[in-house]
Design a protein around this ligand. Structure first.
Ligand SMILES: *Cc1c(COP(=O)(O)O)cnc(C)c1O
Length: 403
C-alpha cells in the first residue's frame, strides 16, 4: 500500500498515492475498471469469510481496482493504514456504526451532527437495541459523564454541521481510549487537508467524499479510513454483506477530484476568509461563524487542530422572519451562488436552516443543549459553502440579496 510516508508533501500524496502506471499499458492516468467480476485463476472461496485486501480481485462487491485506487489515496491523505469506500457518506456512516455496535451496547454521539447521522442514530439504532446518549462534544464534562460500562463507540463531528462548533479531538480520543471505546469522527467539513483525526488518536475517520474530497458536485460517495484491522472488518462485513459499495466510475471521478484537494482547500479557505470578513461588516448580518475568524467562540481550539479553516461559513441575519425573507431573495436573485444543499464543491452553495425545523426533524434538543445550539444558530442560519469563484463575484451576489 502506498501510504503518506512515501512522499514528503501532501500535494504529491494527493496526486500519486494509490495510482500506478498500468503494468500492461503504461497509462499515466488511472483507468476505470468497469468490471463486476474477475477471471479466477486459482481456487478461491465463494464466501466473504477470511477475505483480505490482498486477495486477487474476485467480484466488485469484494473489491475493485478503481475503488482500491481511491481508497489508497484517501488512506494516504488521512495518514491511516487503510480505507474503505462506500456508495455515499451515509453508507459509510451506517456501515461504521452497524459493524461496530451490537445489541446491548451504548454509544455517545455528538448532539449536533450531520442530519442524516443524527436521525439514523435516533430512529434506527435503538431498534437494534443500541442505546445512544447525545452530548455537546464541546462540553468535556458532559462527555465524561455520558460514559457507561457498555459504552463501545464515541462519534464526533468537527466542525459540526451546520453550526460550525468545534470538537477537541485530542481530548475526546483520550476519553474514548480510557473507556476502551472506539472513537469515530465525521471529518467531512475539515477534509484531510485541515485535520487528520487519526493523528489525534481517532480510530475511524469518515467522509462524505461527495463534498470536498470529490469536490466537483458530480458524484456521491463515502469513505472510512483507519487501521487495517478495523477497515478490514468494515470491508468483510459492510461492503460485502450490507453491500453499499462505491461504483468504479464514481471512484475514478472522486480520485480525479482528490488529486487537487490540497490546492482547492487553500483557495476555499482564502475565499471563505474574504467573504466572512465582508459578511462581518455587513449591517444586515448579525453573526458570522467561521473557525478562521477571531470572533469564532472556539477560534483558539480551531487554530490548534486545523491546518486549514476550510470553506464552510454559517451566518445569521437576525430573527427567523428576516432569514426566511432573505432565503426567498436568494432563491430568486442569486446569479452565481446556487441555492442548494450539499457543500465542498467548486461551485458556491448556500442554504437556509431554520432552527425550529432542524431541532424538530433532526436534533430534538432540550434545555442546556438547545441553548447551546441556539448560541450558534439563533433562529436559523445560512450554511454557506464558499466555492472557488472569484470572491468579488460572490460578494456582489450576496450584496444583491442581503437587503
Ligand atoms: C453530506 C454529509 C454526509 C452524508 O453524505 P452523503 O454523501 O450525502 O450520503 C455526512 N456527514 C456530513 C458532515 C455531510 O456533510
Amino acid at each position: 500500500m502506498n501510504n503518506r510516508d512515501h512522499f514528503k508533501g501532501i500535494s504529491t500524496t494527493a496526486i500519486h498515492a494509490g495510482e500506478n502506471p498500468g503494468p500492461s499499458t503504461g497509462d499515466s492516468a488511472p483507468p476505470i475498471h468497469m468490471s463486476s467480476t474477475f477471471h479466477v485463476e486459482e481456487e478461491a472461496s465463494f464466501s466473504a469469510v477470511g477475505f483480505s485486501e490482498d486477495d486477487p480481485y474476485f467480484y466488485s462487491r469484494w473489491s475493485n481496482p478503481s475503488v482500491d485506487m481511491l481508497s489508497r489515496k484517501i488512506a494516504a491523505l488521512e495518514g491511516t493504514e487503510d480505507c474503505a469506500c462506500f456508495a455515499s457518506g451515509m453508507a459509510a456512516a451506517t456501515s461504521m456504526f452497524l459493524t461496530n455496535l451490537s445489541s446491548g451496547d451504548h454509544a455517545i454521539f455528538s448532539d449536533v451532527a450531520y442530519a442524516g447521522v443524527s436521525e439514523f442514530a435516533r430512529d434506527t439504532l435503538y431498534r437494534y437495541g443500541i442505546e445512544v446518549s447525545y452530548v455537546d462534544m464541546s462540553d468535556l464534562d458532559s462527555v465524561r459523564n455520558a460514559f457507561r460500562e457498555n459504552t463501545r463507540l464515541v462519534h464526533a463531528e468537527t466542525p459540526a454541521n451546520p453550526i460550525m462548533r468545534i470538537t477537541d479531538l485530542a481530548k475526546i480520543a483520550e476519553l474514548a481510549k480510557e473507556a476502551s471505546a472506539l472513537a469515530t469522527c465525521d471529518s467531512t467539513f475539515s477534509s484531510p487537508i485541515a485535520t487528520r483525526p487519526a493523528e489525534f488518536g481517532f480510530d475511524l475517520v469518515m467522509h462524505s467524499v461527495t463534498k470536498y474530497i470529490g469536490g466537483h458536485g458530480d458524484a456521491i460517495g463515502g469513505a472510512v479510513a483507519g487501521s487495517r484491522e478495523l477497515v478490514g472488518k468494515l470491508r468483510s462485513e459492510s461492503c460485502i454483506h450490507h453491500g453499499g459499495i462505491m461504483s468504479p466510475f464514481n471512484a475514478w471521478l472522486i480520485a480525479r477530484g482528490a488529486s487537487t484537494l490540497p490546492l482547492r482547500m487553500k483557495a476555499h479557505e482564502a475565499n471563505a476568509f474574504a467573504v466572512a470578513r465582508w459578511l462581518e461588516d455587513h449591517p444586515k448580518v448579525s453573526l458570522v461563524l467561521y473557525p478562521g475568524l477571531e470572533s469564532h467562540p472556539q477560534h483558539l481550539l480551531a487554530r490548534s487542530q486545523m491546518e486549514n479553516f476550510s470553506g464552510m461559513i454559517a451566518f445569521q441575519v437576525g430573527g427567523r422572519k428576516n432569514g426566511e425573507k432573505i432565503a426567498e431573495f436568494m432563491r430568486r436573485g442569486l446569479k452565481v451562488i446556487h441555492y442548494a444543499v450539499s457543500l465542498g464543491h467548486h461551485r458556491s452553495l448556500i442554504y437556509w436552516l431554520g432552527t425550529n425545523e432542524m431541532i424538530e426533524s433532526s436534533f430534538r434538543l432540550q434545555g442546556e443543549q438547545l441553548r447551546s445550539y441556539r448560541a450558534f444558530a439563533g433562529d436559523g442560519l445560512f450554511r454557506f459553502s464558499v466555492g472557488l469563484e472569484d470572491p468579488e463575484d460572490l460578494i456582489d451576489d450576496l450584496d444583491r440579496v442581503l437587503t
